[in-house]
Design a protein. Structure first.
Length: 147
């Protein structure tokens, strides 16, 4: 599934963010530009971190920004902002973060499935993803053609 959701329009490499909020908003803006979510969804992702803390930081250097489907998801999607300079989310063991994924799912079960698939991918390819320096390299990893 993630191989169909990430492409050269939904993944960015080399961006800068001054803090976690700007990093999350980068992912949300990608989803917005592709018509996958509203600006309200981006706001809800930011609010989720404010309300619940850095639980979205799921592995060293990786955050999975998301909110509830009813917060403004228009269509299933995934975005990735690979930051040039990592930012802190406030997670005790997984900060700083340089890979921020934005997840958009129209149903709760789809949301869970997307997170599970992404977690499986990260367990296999996290180190490769961290050293990838272009969108093409990332897409090759996602499509399973690298390695």
């Amino acid at each position: 599934m993630i191989g169909h959701l990430l492409d050269d329009k939904t993944a960015e490499v080399g961006g800068e963010a001054v803090d976690w909020e700007e990093a999350v908003r980068k992912c949300g803006l990608i989803l917005e530009r592709q018509g996958l979510a509203s600006s309200g969804y981006t706001d809800a992702m930011v609010e989720a971190v404010r309300k619940f803390g850095p639980y979205m930081v799921v592995a060293p250097g990786v955050a999975l920004a998301h909110a509830r489907p009813e917060d403004g998801v228009k269509s299933r999607g995934l975005s990735l902002a690979k930051l040039s300079t990592p930012v802190n989310f406030g997670h005790e063991s997984n900060d700083p973060v340089s890979l921020v994924f934005g997840l958009a799912a129209t149903r709760s079960d789809d949301h869970v499935n997307l997170i599970a698939e992404l977690a499986s991918f990260l367990s296999e390819r996290l180190e490769d993803l961290k050293v990838a320096s272009t969108v093409d390299e990332i897409l090759h990893l996602v499509e399973g053609r690298a390695g």
